[in-house]
Ligand binder design. Structure first.
Ligand code: C2E
Ligand code: CA
Ligand code: CA
Length: 570
């Protein structure tokens, strides 16, 4: 063990050095306080020091005080400091220990005493060393635990963010991918947490084996992994192409089934990615996380099992959504919503009814499709208000037309669930004096998922009043047929997804035939949506009684135009 001796009295210093070296120490000797301080603060410094109180340049006492001040700084070395004093003055001793000395020896001392005091120092230094090593080990372990995921052994979100931070400091472009397991929550519920963890582990393993070491794979959240991959290329288009190829490799890796508890499970993934590039004006880790999340959301929204790479288009979309959210309340007050109507026909071209479809005439952006603003209206809990506007318009329209014509309005689940819904319909009947039989309420299967009994009760009350119900987009939603038996429905609308490929797609033919069968057996009226060609009409018409709605017959048009063309009282 190294030991420093600092004494300006050279003779006693050299003697000390000689003596101490026989006690299994490795002494270094200096003649002033400044040199002592320098050596004690150097990286490989001795940990025990014997410092004479009175020395030139810096006294032993000052060295102790300076070292003590350093001790708490980063990289400060724990020392065992012994002061050599000439007199046995109590106040000096107190002063020395207060300043940070660990021991003192009064000169002249006998060597035996010095030996035991140095021995004590050695024990303390060794103990401190052991403690500090243990602490370092614990810290490393802690750091490991904090930065790795226990289930998969992969780096976790903390480590991932550190890694993104590091990448942001370099010039190398990277792709950041978030890989979300589709429907994992359902699988987890079905098979249980243990099998779910096995599956996650296997999924993580597959990701890691997809690529070699150049790739950083992490588990980000319960059902999401992340991947960082350096990109070679010159511009965004090239980066994007490579990124998509990387993502494709992942999709392919998930094509084979996973074997969990002896069962085959098929998993798909949705991937959202963003490019971390040197010419980015917003090069911040959280910004990249946001972009990748946004891209992933788009991938999920498109039905999953695909990859979306973030680009300026996505940013534009987000901005537009934000602006629409802001504008929609104003639009409701200012009555910027219009009713378009799409007539419904018999096979021989007679109009029997029409569907009311909402349009938003935005002051700057012109007509906006309900596919864009209805979801926002629902999110913002404003669909009830919008629905009332539409029902009022529909009833007023009915009041203008011949007694045979009826209209359908779309009623979102949220709107139907609202407390004042029935009351509003009573009020509007009063106002417009129309026969409620002439208004059909189009609802979706989603309405029958929860609170079925309450829903049925409410529907029955409305039916007693004279209204009737149609199930919109039939076959695309809640898959249980049980509700069909229980619900008081009048009509089914075959979704256009099943009509699009007619008459070529065998599966669609089977589905459509089944729905026709169901309608006949249950006594429901049938409307076919999205009919675009004569071929479709010719194919469908002989198969049963049905009404047609679609571009082949008529596109949705402003209510006044439809009134003039189809409903004007003769
Ligand atoms: P939906 O109720 O399924 O309405 C039918 C949609 O199909 C309409 O889209 C219509 O324009 C379109 N369509 C009709 N025939 C064809 C065709 O031959 N080919 C194709 N490709 N499309 C056709 P639109 O008007 O954009 O409405 C979209 C959706 O927005 C509606 O789907 C409905 O779910 C919702 N929506 C519209 N108005 C309202 C409303 O007042 N209240 C509520 N809650 N939802 C509404
Ligand atoms: Ca509809
Ligand atoms: Ca529909």
């Amino acid at each position: 063990m190294k030991i420093l001796i600092a004494d300006d009295d050279q003779i006693s210093g050299i003697l000390l050095k000689k003596q101490i070296s026989t006690w299994n120490f490795d002494p270094i000797y200096v003649t002033n306080g400044k040199d002592a301080y320098k050596i004690l603060t150097s990286p490989d410094s001795p940990q025990i020091a014997l410092l004479d109180w009175i020395m030139p340049e810096m006294t032993g006492f000052e060295v102790v005080r300076a070292l003590h001040a350093d001790k708490h700084k980063e990289g400060g070395i724990p020392h065992y400091l012994i002061l050599l004093t000439a007199k046995n003055a109590k106040e000096d001793v107190v002063k020395a220990i207060k300043a940070g000395a660990d021991d003192y020896i009064v000169k002249p001392f006998n060597m035996e005493e010095l030996k035991v005091r140095l021995g004590a120092g050695r024990r303390i230094v060794e103990l401190t060393q052991r403690l500090s090593n243990a602490l370092k080990k614990a810290k490393r372990l802690n750091n490991f635990i904090a930065r790795f995921d226990r289930t998969t052994g992969l780096p976790n979100h903390i480590y991932l963010l550190e890694q993104i931070e590091n990448i942001c400091r370099t010039d190398t472009p990277y792709i950041l991918l978030f890989i979300n397991l589709d429907n994992f929550k359902v699988i987890n519920q079905f098979y249980g947490i243990e099998d779910g963890d096995c599956l996650l582990n296997a999924a993580g393993g597959r990701l890691r084996h997809c690529f070699k070491d150049e790739i950083f794979t992490a588990r980000r959240t319960s059902d999401e992994f992340a991947l960082l991959f350096p990109l070679k290329g010159k511009n965004f288009e090239e980066f994007k192409r490579i990124s998509l190829a990387v993502a494709n490799k992942i999709h392919n890796a998930f094509k084979a089934p996973f074997i969990i508890s002896g069962e085959e499970i098929f998993l798909t993934v949705s991937i959202g990615g963003t490019i971390i590039s040197y010419d980015d004006d917003k090069k911040e880790p959280n910004e990249y996380v946001r972009r990748a999340e946004l891209a992933l959301k788009r991938a999920k929204k498109a039905g999953g099992n695909i990859t979306v790479i973030h680009d300026s288009e996505a940013e534009k979309e987000l901005k537009e959504k934000f602006e629409l959210e802001r504008d929609i309340e104003k639009a409701l007050k200012k009555k910027e919503f219009l009713m378009f109507l799409q007539p419904q026909f018999t096979a021989d071209g007679r109009v029997v009814s029409a569907e009311a479809l909402c349009r938003w005439r935005h002051p700057e952006r012109g007509l906006i499709s309900p596919a864009i603003f209805i979801p926002i209206t629902e999110e913002k809990n404003l669909i009830g208000q919008l629905g009332k506007i539409m029902i009022e318009k529909a009833c007023k329209f009915i009041a203008r037309t011949d007694n045979n014509f009826s209209l359908s309005v779309n009623v979102s689940p949220q709107q139907f669930q609202e407390k004042g819904f029935t009351g509003f319909l009573e009020y509007i009947l009063e106002e417009t004096k129309i026969a409620p039989e002439r208004l059909t309420l189009e609802v979706t299967e989603g309405m029958f998922i929860k609170d079925v009994q309450n829903t049925i009760n409410k529907m029955e009350r409305l039916i007693d009043m004279g209204f009737s119900f149609s199930v919109d987009d039939f076959g695309t939603g809640y898959s249980s047929l049980l509700y069909l038996k229980q619900l008081p429905l009048r009509e089914l609308k075959i979704d256009r997804a099943f009509v699009k490929e007619l008459p070529n797609d065998k599966k669609d033919i089977a589905i459509v035939d089944t729905i026709i069968d169901i309608a006949e057996n249950f006594g429901f009226d049938l409307v076919v949506e999205g009919v675009e060609t004569k071929e479709q009409v010719d194919f469908l018409a002989p198969r049963g009684d049905m009404v047609f709605q679609g571009y082949y017959f008529a596109r949705p048009a402003p209510e006044d135009e439809v009134f003039l063309n189809y409903f004007k009282k003769m």
